[in-house]
Write a protein that binds this ligand. Structure first.
Ligand code: DX5
Ligand code: ZN
Length: 217
């Protein structure tokens, strides 16, 4: 499967946001990951649909992967579609009818994805596997960048990959050059990295290095 690398805009320098989006695009990364936090589902606020719209305006061909860490993502699906989200990830722990909202995302023209928190058993995803194009396995407790990768989540990737050989499986949280290799070995083919990639003066070299280490250089 194609390995995809997604810098997370959460770790960008917001004083130079447009340049940071362009830097991520020019690095050879495959898509931009945008973290939306509601201070209810997670104990933090990040940014909203305007950042998605800005990304579309600044870098129209750079794919926008939007991660909704929200208790009521159902209220914002059309808003994020209008802002230019191309994949929309909603959490299995959210307070909504997931079957209905995954259909809502697809009807709005986006790729539907489901995300799960570290403490959530992977079996909770089973009823949705035929309704999604991607599963996001969190490898930190969502809410903040710069946390340590939780290795105990890796068996979830193995479980999912054994059941869905062709499904996109993403990891998010604490991904760096070393943990990326472990995630890919367990079955991931999409890697989100925030602080690791935006923290590098040469993001292109870091992206190339990550691809090479994961066996896709
Ligand atoms: C965490 C977010 C992540 C975050 C990852 O709640 O979902 O996407 O940006 O940041 P790092 O790569 O620094 O762990
Ligand atoms: Zn995320």
């Amino acid at each position: 499967m194609k390995l995809e690398i997604l810098p997370s805009l959460l770790a960008a320098d917001y004083g130079r946001l447009a340049d940071e989006i362009l830097r991520a695009e020019a690095s050879g990364a495959d898509a931009l990951h945008l973290d939306i936090m509601d201070s209810h589902f997670v104990p933090n606020l990040s940014f909203g649909p305007d950042f998605v719209a800005l990304s579309r305006r600044v870098a129209p061909s750079f794919y926008r992967n939007v991660h909704l860490m929200m208790s009521r993502p159902d209220l914002y699906i059309d808003v994020f579609a209008a802002a230019g989200a191309q994949t929309l990830q909603i959490h299995v722990e959210a307070d909504c009818d997931l079957h209905a909202e995954l259909a809502h995302i697809r009807a709005a023209g986006m790729k539907a994805a489901v995300a799960l928190n570290p403490e959530t058993p992977v079996e909770r995803i089973a009823p949705y596997l035929d309704e999604v194009g991607e599963v996001l396995v969190m490898t930190v407790h969502p809410g903040y960048g710069g946390q340590k990768f939780i290795k105990e989540c890796l068996p979830k990737l193995e479980w999912l990959r054994a059941r869905r050989p062709a499904l996109d499986l993403m990891v998010d949280g604490g991904v760096n050059a070393e943990t990326a290799v472990e995630a890919v070995r367990a079955g991931a083919n999409q890697l989100v990295a925030g602080s690791y990639l935006f923290g590098r003066p040469d993001m292109s070299a870091a992206v190339a290095d990550m691809r090479e280490r994961c066996g896709c250089g």
